[in-house]
Ligand binder design. Structure first.
Ligand SMILES: [Zn+2]
Length: 165
């Protein structure tokens, strides 16, 4: 937990009460492969906007979020097979679960039913929720998708995925 009495950390700025930059840039893949995952300065405002929305999500769910992927540098995005124009590369998307609230599908449905200004929610592989925000100046589409397998691709709406064999 962040101690509010500590001096501001210029290398790891607090983006919102519960989310600092390290939490939104942490990547096991980047660490394992020695890839830099520092955002460009122009992406910091996006990450602050993302953190503000994640605060709303955490307040809605009433349990801490477990964030598996937030910002992705171009090198990291390529390493994880992210689409080239991924919103993760702009600091406008996060993948997370919230086991203290429920399954990823239950989390996705709760956010979808809320007033949170998401652009896109994707229930991914039954394992996490991708939350994307609209690019600055664009209206949120409130799009809901599910992907259970790469072969099947994206489906409209939020659906369960069969448990992995
Ligand atoms: Zn994602």
């Amino acid at each position: 937990m962040h101690d509010a009495k500590q001096p501001p950390d210029t290398l790891n700025p607090q983006l919102s009460p519960n989310f600092d930059l390290a939490r939104l840039t942490h990547s096991d893949t980047a660490r394992e492969r020695g890839l830099s995952n520092q955002p460009a300065p122009e992406h910091l405002p996006h990450l602050r906007q993302l953190a503000a929305v994640l605060e709303q999500v955490q307040a809605l769910l009433g349990a801490p979020l477990s964030i598996s992927s937030g910002y992705r540098s171009p090198a990291l995005n390529a390493a994880v097979g992210g689409v080239p124009r991924s919103l993760h590369a702009l600091g406008l998307a996060a993948d997370f679960a919230c086991p203290g609230f429920g399954t990823p599908l239950e989390v996705a449905r709760a956010i979808a039913a809320s007033n949170i200004a998401y652009d896109q929610i994707i229930h991914e592989f039954g394992r996490w929720v991708h939350l994307g925000l609209a690019a600055p100046g664009a209206a949120p589409r409130r799009q809901l998708l599910t992907i259970c397998s790469s072969a099947e691709g994206y489906l409209d709406g939020l659906h369960p995925c069969a448990a992995p064999a």
